[in-house]
Design a protein around this ligand. Structure first.
Ligand SMILES: Cc1cc2nc3c(=O)[nH]c(=O)nc-3n(C[C@H](O)[C@H](O)[C@H](O)COP(=O)(O)O)c2cc1C
Length: 206
C-alpha cells in the first residue's frame, strides 16, 4: 500500500506537520508494510500554473519546450496521486482557506480531460476514490459554537477533490493554535487523532 504524505506549512516545526506526522504514525500502526512518498509543498512549493501551462492545455496553441515542461510537472503530480492508495495532508488555514502553495498543487492536479471529464450534467471525476486524511492547523476556531470565522477550506477541498473523483475526505483539525500552550496543543492533537476512521484505510488495503 502506498501513502502519499503532503505538507503545506513553510514552518519546519509547524502544528499541521506534527499532526500529519501523527496521522502517518497511526496509519502505519495499522498498515506497517505501507510505503510513504513525501511531497513537501512547504519547503519545495510548485510553480503556479502560468502561460506555459495554459499553452500546454490549449488544443489551439502549438506546444513549446516550456509548455512541455509545464505539462510534465502537472503529469507528475497526477501520477503521484494515482499511485497513492491513501493520501495524508498537513495544512494550515490561511485567510479562511488553504495556503497558496496547496492551491498551486491543486491547480496541477485538476485538469479537464485528464482528471476531470466535462459532461452536460457537470464535471465527473476520472480518478478512483481513495481515503484522504487532512490535518488542519488554524490559529483561530472555524468549527462548532466557538467558531469566529468563515471556513472556505473544508468545503473547497471537498469540491476540489470531489471533482476528480476523490470523495472520501476526513478532516482532522487542531484549532486555536494561537491561544493554546504546548500541553493543550498535544491534547487537541490527540482529540483530532481519536476521530480517525480507520475503516476507510481497511477498504484501501483490500
Ligand atoms: C498568512 C496567514 C494567514 C492566516 N490565516 C488564518 C485564518 O484565516 N484563520 C486562522 O484560524 N488562522 C490563520 N492563520 C494562523 C495559522 O492558521 C496558524 O498559525 C497555524 O497554526 C499555522 O499552521 P502551522 O503551525 O502548521 O504552520 C494564518 C497565518 C498566516 C501566516
Amino acid at each position: 500500500m502506498n501513502i502519499l504524505h503532503i505538507d503545506c506549512s513553510p514552518r519546519p516545526e509547524s502544528h499541521s506537520r506534527q499532526l500529519s506526522a501523527a496521522i502517518i504514525e497511526a496509519l502505519l500502526a495499522s498498515a506497517p508494510d505501507a510505503s510513504v512518498i513525501r511531497r513537501d509543498l512547504g519547503s519545495e512549493p510548485l510553480p503556479h500554473t502560468g502561460v506555459e501551462y495554459a499553452t500546454a492545455v490549449s488544443s489551439a496553441a502549438a506546444m513549446t519546450a516550456a509548455a512541455d515542461t509545464a505539462w510534465k510537472l502537472s503529469e507528475g503530480v497526477i501520477r503521484e496521486v494515482e499511485a497513492a492508495d491513501v493520501i495524508v495532508i498537513g495544512t494550515p488555514m490561511n485567510n479562511f482557506t488553504v495556503p497558496s502553495n496547496f492551491k498551486a498543487w491543486i491547480d496541477q492536479l485538476l485538469r479537464v480531460g485528464r482528471t476531470i471529464m466535462p459532461t452536460p450534467a457537470g464535471k465527473v471525476g476520472m480518478l478512483r476514490d481513495r481515503p484522504v486524511f487532512i490535518g488542519i492547523a488554524s490559529g483561530g476556531v472555524f468549527t462548532g459554537e466557538a467558531a469566529n470565522q468563515p471556513d472556505f477550506l473544508t468545503p473547497y477541498l471537498s469540491a476540489a477533490f470531489g471533482c476528480v473523483g476523490i470523495a472520501s475526505l476526513q478532516f482532522l483539525p487542531v484549532q486555536a493554535t494561537a491561544f493554546l500552550d504546548s500541553t493543550q496543543l498535544a491534547a487537541a492533537r490527540d482529540r483530532a487523532l481519536a476521530t480517525i476512521d480507520l475503516t476507510a484505510l481497511a477498504r484501501a488495503m483490500e
